[in-house]
Structure formats: C-alpha cells, structure tokens
Write a protein that binds this ligand. Sequence first.
Ligand code: F6R
Length: 236
Amino acid sequence: MKIIVVKDSAAGGKEAFNVFKEALKKGAKVFGLATGSTPETTYAQIVSSDLDFSDCTSINLDEYVGLAGDDPQSYRYFMNKHLFNHKPFKASYLPDGLAVDEVKELARYDQLIEENPIDLQLLGIGQNGHIGFNEPGSDFTGKTQKIRLTNSTIEANARFFENEDQVPKYAYSMGIGSIMQAKQILLEAYGQTKAQIIEKMVNGPVTPDVPASILQTHPNVVVIIDEAAASLLNLK
Ligand code: F6R
C-alpha cells in the first residue's frame, strides 16, 4: 500500500488526478468509479483537464435500489453532474436502481465487469470500513449484491437527503471479490471522521469486520488521505 498524505481534499484531488493521468498514459481503458463527497475534487480536476476518456469505459461501484437515473439523489445523476456530462466516456455503467428482475440485474453487472476488466478502481471508504456498499461482515470474494445498508451508513448518507427516512435502505453494489480483481486501486479519504477507520484499514488485522482491510493484500493500492484522516497513523 502506497500512502500519500496531502494537506486537504483539494490537494488530494490533484494527486488522484495524476494517478488517473498515469493510468491512461499506460493504456488503461476501464475505470471503476465511486460517488460520495470524497471523489468530487478528483472529478473536478479531471473535468478541467484535457484528458480524453472517449475511448474508455467506466463501471461504477453502486446505486441505490428504487431510484431512477434522473432522480437527483441517484448515483447516476451524481456521476452525470460531476463527470460524464463534461467528460464523456465511450460507455458508462451503473447498476439500474429500477431493475425489475433483481437476479438478472446482478448477473448483468457481473458480466459487464467480467467483459471489461477494471484497470483502475477508485474507492472512498465508509466510517465503518465499507468499500462500495460492502458493509462489515461482507464476503471478501463476493460479486455484485443487493445490500441492506447499515444504520451507520444510512445516517452518514442522510446529509444528501431531506431527512434520514428518505435514504434508500438497499443498494446494489459491486462485490469485494470484483473490486480486488482491479489491476490498480486508488482509495481516497478526507477528514477527521475517517481517521479511525483509516488506521484500522492500514494497521489492523485483515478481517471482514473492516471490509477495506482486504486492500492490504492487493498488490497495487494507492491511498490518498489528508492530514486529518492520517492523524492516527504513525507515519515516519
Ligand atoms: C460510493 C461508495 C461508498 C463511499 C463511502 C464514502 O460510491 O461506494 O463506499 O465511497 O460511503 O462516502 P463519502 O465519500 O461521501 O464519505
């Protein structure tokens, strides 16, 4: 795990942008993408750059079950707003929150990932250690799943909704097994609220109780964190 500590999320976005740029230069064609507050500065850097993704495919980690792509709270909407409307990809995939047949939707997503092996996977991390929406206790070899969000995740995400009751209770998420297949993984985390979980992810035992701890076993992981998120790490 290569850990880069930056002053703040703005500086982190610039570092993350360089990882994307380098990957593109080396021929990466498939990018695994994330939503949430964390990657916003990264997407802003990409949008204001001349990087060209028109020959690339993106596959997002997750989507809320029950939300249409044009719902402002959906992850499809988030991605269009922050990235795709400004920097189009050849194809951009997210799970379909309105899929009628859940089993088929999970299979469709797994097939997409299989047909488009991910070169660079961008991740945030939940305060409980989730990656994608793979909550504590998730199987390290799992594929795409419908996941019941934990109360702590619902609470953490309520800030994007009018109130907590409006936060969907389920999401479709790429599984940890698929995330771990990515050739390179870039995880970003900013702010004091992430300090404790970053310490566990980096130094703690590899355990399903902390889903992100499995990243210790991946051969090519870059972690970009700000000073607040790094504050419990004994670096140097
Ligand atoms: C989002 C995702 C989640 C978030 C995590 C952190 O697509 O998969 O794992 O990365 O919940 O969210 P923020 O960045 O809002 O703190």
